[in-house]
Each structure stands twice: as structure tokens, then as C-alpha cells.
Design a protein around this ligand. Structure first.
Ligand code: CP
Ligand code: NVA
Length: 312
């Protein structure tokens, strides 16, 4: 693997497969790895709020025998008190890895450029790779395969959607994406992932009609209509996305047993109804749990690439 995990784009299909295999090992036998990162420290720099990413990295690092340090906006005052290059240079002297949740992709790339230790994207406006990897791990866990399945993403062509495009294309999982007009994913990412998909057997289709998109769905996935940083657009977006709610009517158009996914946090009653989120087919909390197992695998691959369990 490369030094940093900026996006799933950086991983080839074999590396994705190896990460998912290590994730299974970690999930099934956590004790085998409980000292693997002993003596190592991880900085968690967050410019946006978080529950899953923050807690799962912290607990994950602890379960690997390592230590983590949370640096929220109030601690580090990124770009105000100190520049990103100077933060990266300093932290590289103390810690063995940096998880960075930020707005601009440029900030993430700058952190990675000046950091001597691995930088992991904990969500940017462009992508959310840890989420995408946990999502495909969860799909593999439920179905035992990717080939022939259809994942249907309904909603905003945002960071999560972009990471699903990369993840699905790398493993040969078919992906339908339904967005309102003007909210489609980045066309360059769609083109790029379609090309990757041609080699792996992943067919990517874009729709403007969610009813059409969910036909034959094995999994239906949604995310918030207004992401962090888009709060002022919330009302406008509620109008634009009103026909894109994942509700009983829409789910009925998919395969009877289609599973329901959401990266969380969910806005019940907007992008998803409580009825669907709490239904028997909903796997949203399995998905949330798997964030931690996948991230432990990422941490081992980047911070102790030679390790095959505890070293002592
Ligand atoms: N899904 C996700 O990244 O959740 P948090 O924003 O709570 O970390
Ligand atoms: N698209 C959402 C994902 C949250 C995990 C956001 O960026 O806010």
C-alpha cells in the first residue's frame, strides 16, 4: 500500500481484497492483534464533528495496543494558529499516523505531503474511504460475494457516493446511483470508476428516477441530503430531494429481501423513514460496527505493514 490512505482510488483491487481479508481476521480473532501496535500513537485531527469515525479509530487503536490523541478544531486551530505543513512536520515527530477529517481535499493532500507518517482520510468533502471500505466489507459479509449483486445508492452524489464508486469498481460490484438533477456525483470520478469497472466486471449506471434505479436492488443505500458544511443549503436540498426518500414505497420496488444501508448519522423522516431504518433488513449498525474492524486493518497495513498478529 502507499504511505497514505487518501482515497480508495489509491488502492488496487488486490490491496482492497487483502484489507478485507485482514478485517475478517481482526473481527474473528481480535486477541491475536491486541499488541500489534504497542508503543504506537495515532493523532486524530477533526475539523468536523464525528461519532463513528472518532470513536472507532480510538477504540480500534486501543484494541491494537496503541494510543490515540484527539485534536479537535479548538485544540489545533488548523490554518489559523499554525499552517498545515507545520502541523504535519511537528506531529510526524510525535506520532506514527494521522487520521484527518477535513473540508477541502487540498488540506488533506497538503497534510499528506508534509507528514512523514501515514495520513488516513477520515472524511473530506470529496471522499470517505474508510466508510466505503467498511461498506463493501459489510456487503461481502452478508452475501459472501460481490459478483452479480446490485448496490443502489439513492440521494446526493457526495463524498460517500464517490467512495462507493471507487469501492464498487475495485471489487466488481454493480452500482446504480439515483440523484436529483444537479446533484450527480463528480463526472470525472464516474468516468474513472466506469473504466476500472470495465476490467473488474462492475457496471455503473446513473439515474434521475429512484424507482427505476432500485429495480433488482440487492442493497439500497442512502446518506444525508445536506452534508457537514452544507447546513445553509438544507432547506433547498429538502425540496430537491423530496422524491428520493428511502421509504416503504421505494423499497417495495427492489428485491423482496434487499438490505438497507446508511453510513449514519441518519435524519429519520428525511432521506430515510424510521420504518425502513428499523426494519429487519436494515444493516446500518452492522455497517457502523464494521468501521472499526476495517480501520484496524488499515492501521496495521499502514503503521505495521509486516505484522501478522502480535509481534511479541
Ligand atoms: N459515518 C460516519 O463517518 O460517521 P461519523 O460522522 O459519526 O464519524
Ligand atoms: N455525507 C456525509 C457523511 C457523514 C458521515 C457528510 O459529509 O456529512
Amino acid at each position: 500500500m502507499k504511505k497514505d490512505l487518501i482515497g480508495i482510488k489509491d488502492l488496487n483491487s488486490k490491496e482492497v481484497e487483502e484489507l478485507l481479508e485482514l478485517t475478517s481476521e481482526l473481527k474473528n480473532d481480535p486477541a491475536k492483534f491486541d499488541r500489534t501496535l504497542k508503543g504506537k500513537s495515532l493523532a486524530l485531527i477533526f475539523e468536523k464533528p464525528s461519532n463513528r469515525t472518532y470513536v472507532s479509530f480510538q477504540v480500534g487503536m486501543y484494541e491494537l495496543g496503541g494510543n490515540s490523541i484527539y485534536l479537535g478544531p479548538e485544540h489545533i486551530k488548523l490554518g489559523v494558529r499554525e499552517s498545515i505543513p507545520d502541523i504535519a512536520r511537528t506531529l510526524s515527530r510525535y506520532v506514527d499516523g494521522i487520521v484527518f477529517r477535513t473540508f477541502a481535499q487540498k488540506s488533506l493532500l497538503e497534510m499528506a505531503k508534509y507528514s512523514k507518517v501515514p495520513v488516513i482520510n477520515g472524511l473530506s468533502d470529496l471522499t470517505h474511504p474508510c466508510q466505503g471500505l467498511a461498506d463493501i466489507y459489510t456487503i461481502k459479509e452478508k452475501f459472501g460475494k460481490f459478483k452479480g449483486l446490485i448496490l443502489v445508492y439513492i440521494g446526493d452524489g457526495n463524498n460517500v457516493c464517490h467512495s462507493l464508486l471507487y469501492a464498487a469498481s475495485k471489487v466488481g460490484l454493480n452500482l446504480n446511483i439515483a440523484t436529483p438533477k444537479g446533484y450527480a456525483p463528480d463526472p470525472a470520478i464516474v468516468e474513472e470508476t466506469k473504466k476500472i469497472g470495465n476490467k473488474t466486471g462492475c457496471r455503473i449506471k446513473l439515474f434521475l428516477n429512484p424507482q427505476e434505479a432500485v429495480k433488482g436492488a440487492d442493497v439500497i443505500y442512502t446518506d444525508v441530503w445536506a452534508s457537514m458544511g452544507q447546513e445553509t443549503e438544507a432547506k433547498k436540498r429538502e425540496k430537491a430531494f423530496k422524491d428520493f426518500q428511502v421509504n416503504n414505497g421505494l423499497v417495495k420496488k427492489a428485491f423482496k429481501n434487499a438490505l438497507i444501508m446508511h453510513c449514519l448519522p441518519a435524519h429519520r423522516g428525511l432521506e430515510i423513514t424510521s420504518e425502513i431504518m428499523d426494519s429487519l433488513n436494515s444493516i446500518v449498525f452492522d455497517q457502523a460496527e464494521n468501521r472499526m474492524h476495517v480501520q484496524k486493518a488499515i492501521l496495521i497495513k499502514l503503521l505495521a505493514p509486516e505484522a501478522n498478529g502480535n509481534e511479541d
